[in-house]
Design a protein around this ligand. Structure first.
Ligand code: CO
Ligand code: ZN
Length: 343
């Protein structure tokens, strides 16, 4: 889990994934035949085999912000979202502004409740209204911070009961599962590529370019999915439940999983006694959506780690589900040359 901690605490907004990429590269060293970085920043790791050609994708980027305005008088910053945070979860948090001269800690504060009018209390929170306080005079801030500097939320990774919780588990969990499977895979016929993709949160962009280059037969996206097994959500709207195993996705708004792959994964999970659940996600997508449409198309599926509080800094996942995801992916890679992809 030390690797997952490092991945979770690293910063990497879309387009600025370098810190995460360095960790992935270090973790895969010695476990793959080649590693390359393409022009977008995707890390493409290759474990050679006879075929079929399989792409496994986990996105390295996390939702975050760019500095959009520096108030030279007061020193307060304004921020532009890159990916979809729920603004309700942002108030009263610490951020890191990744300035050229080094990281600066900032605060997202708000007017104290004591002075809010009845009307203000009811108003919805909008990201445009938030500001970052660096605790420095305006002139100093103007010297240190530039428009475009990345901003990420601060949150340490921690164990909570049977869960692990932290920021950016979407999708450092997927990256972690991919790395672990690449390390554990023994005999395989498949020609396996693990891609640490970039810019997923702004439209599956890294997956699109890397899948075009690799031209896979099969694509497996690794991502988190909603686990809404919490008070106030009825059973039919929970999507997945924590502790019930890795989720094999049937559909989300970006892809429909290949029925042959779904069948194959379900059979494998049954045979190897790996806990699994089926997933239909009404809104949202994964890299599978882009891989599916690369060139003449690929058979795709997503293996998801059920996660509570997705797109907040207390994202939480069950350690057993993470292990189930690694196991299912590993055995899939060792056996997928036998999958029947006829429709
Ligand atoms: Co996301
Ligand atoms: Zn994701």
């Amino acid at each position: 889990m030390e690797l997952l901690r490092k991945l979770s605490e690293a910063a990497g907004i879309p387009g600025r994934e370098d810190e995460v990429r360095a960790i992935v590269r270090g973790a895969l060293k010695g476990h793959v035949d080649t590693m390359e970085v393409d022009r977008l920043g995707n890390l493409i790791a290759h474990k050679k085999g006879k075929g079929p050609k399989v792409v496994v994708a986990g996105h390295m980027d996390e939702i975050g912000f760019l500095v959009s305005h520096v108030d030279e008088e007061t020193g307060f910053l304004r921020i532009e979202p890159v990916g979809g945070f729920d603004p309700r979860t942002l108030i009263a948090s610490r951020v890191t502004v990744h300035a050229q001269g080094g990281p600066l800690t900032g605060l997202i504060g708000t007017k104290p409740i004591h002075i809010l009018t009845e009307e203000e209390k009811k108003k919805e929170i909008r990201i445009q209204d938030l500001f970052v306080d660096l605790g420095l005079p305006g002139k100093k801030v103007a010297r240190k911070v530039r428009v475009g500097d990345p901003v990420t939320l601060v949150q340490s990774f921690t164990q909570v009961g049977d869960l692990v919780s932290g920021k950016a588990l979407d999708d450092r969990l997927g990256v972690y599962v991919g790395i672990e499977a690449m390390r554990r895979v023994k005999r395989h016929q498949a020609d396996v590529y693990f891609v640490g993709t970039v810019q997923e949160e702004v439209g599956l962009r890294g997956a699109r370019a890397s899948a075009f280059a690799i031209n896979p037969d099969i694509g497996v996206a690794l991502d988190v999915t909603l686990a809404c097994d919490m008070p106030g959500v009825s059973a039919h709207e929970q999507v997945t439940k924590l502790g019930k195993g890795v989720a094999i996705k049937l559909k989300d708004s970006a892809s429909i999983s290949h029925p042959g792959l779904v069948r194959f994964l379900v059979d494998l999970a049954e045979k190897k006694k790996i806990p699994y659940q089926m997933e239909i996600l009404p809104r949202g997508g994964t890299d599978a959506g882009a891989i599916q449409l690369a060139r003449e198309g690929a058979a795709v599926v997503t293996l998801s780690v059920p996660t509570r509080y997705v797109h907040s800094v207390v994202e939480a996942a069950h350690v057993d589900d993470i292990e189930a995801a690694i196991k299912l992916l590993t055995t899939f890679l060792e056996n997928c040359h036998q999958a029947d992809l006829k429709l």
